[in-house]
Design a protein around this ligand. Structure first.
Ligand SMILES: [Fe+2]
Length: 163
């Protein structure tokens, strides 16, 4: 039964983008765990805790994105091997300096934001307000988290240069 009343071809395009976002989120999630475990140095307690907070938040979003795809009557990509091929985000070494971890994450946030905005564009073409609403909130939250991490990083590194 087609109770959604959405254009199926448009929805298919949106779902392709949502699946790429799902792949990005998995790479991002595992990177946060990697950094949570392997961070060392004077900022250990700050970052160890912050990364845990961030990966727990990401876990919720992973489930919501997958279930949005199911709500749209498609199947979410569900295998790590496929995520590695599809994602814009790449893995990072465990031996990464603490402040560099923040730089890497901010760079990944840029990729996540780009992928989310791209998905919103497709959703907009398909009149898919539900997806726009979900991702709109994610975009807003990630922009705020990025500002906070960037401010923390500037304080720690003694630079106050904004980019
Ligand atoms: Fe832990």
């Amino acid at each position: 039964m087609n109770y959604l009343n959405l254009d199926k071809n448009r929805t298919k395009e949106t779902v392709e983008q949502l699946n790429t976002l799902l792949a990005d989120y998995h790479l991002y999630y595992q990177k946060l765990r990697n950094f949570h475990w392997n961070v060392v140095g004077e900022n250990f307690f700050d970052l160890h805790e912050k990364f845990e907070e961030m990966y727990n938040d990401t876990l919720i979003k992973i489930d919501e994105v997958a279930e949005r795809i199911l709500t749209l009557r498609y199947q979410p990509v569900s295998h790590l091997s496929q995520y590695l091929k599809m994602a814009n985000i790449e893995e990072s070494p465990s031996e990464t300096a603490d402040l560099e971890m923040i730089d890497i994450l901010l760079n990944d946030h840029g990729k996540l934001l780009t992928q989310m905005r791209k998905t919103v564009e497709f959703a907009d073409k398909g009149g898919d307000e539900g997806t726009i609403d979900l991702l709109g909130a994610y975009i807003r939250e990630l922009e705020k988290t990025s500002w906070m991490l960037d401010s923390w990083r500037m304080t720690k590194s003694g630079t106050h240069k904004k980019s």
